[in-house]
Design a protein around this ligand. Structure first.
Ligand SMILES: [Zn+2]
Length: 104
């Protein structure tokens, strides 16, 4: 797979997950009136449960043969960094869309 094709697929997955998780967050937050951070915390728990299910399928003797072997410590660090990086990306994007004030 070329780098460009990899990036194209990555953007498809990123966009689809943002859309579906975002829509679920909004719907559930409106329905339950729970604090937004609590809903996000529950979303993180759900992601952890999904991780466990997928990791289980990749343990020795699991059903998937793609070759990935889960490493909880490494994988959690990767996921934490992804959250931190998305915040950095959002801040950078905010700056790109900011209208410069004044002209010094
Ligand atoms: Zn697999």
């Amino acid at each position: 797979m070329t780098r460009a094709e990899f990036e194209r697929r990555r953007q498809i997955v990123r966009g689809a997950l943002r859309d579906s998780i975002g829509a679920d967050f909004l719907r559930l937050q409106v329905e339950t009136q729970m604090h937004p951070l609590l809903v996000l915390q529950l979303a993180s728990e759900a992601l952890g449960a999904v991780y466990r299910d997928i990791a289980c399928a990749h343990q020795h003797g699991g059903s998937c043969e793609c070759g990935w072997r889960p490493d909880l410590e490494h994988d959690l660090a990767l996921l934490k960094n992804a959250i931190a990086d998305s915040e950095t990306d959002a801040a950078a994007q905010d700056l790109r869309h900011a209208i410069p004030a004044g002209n010094a």
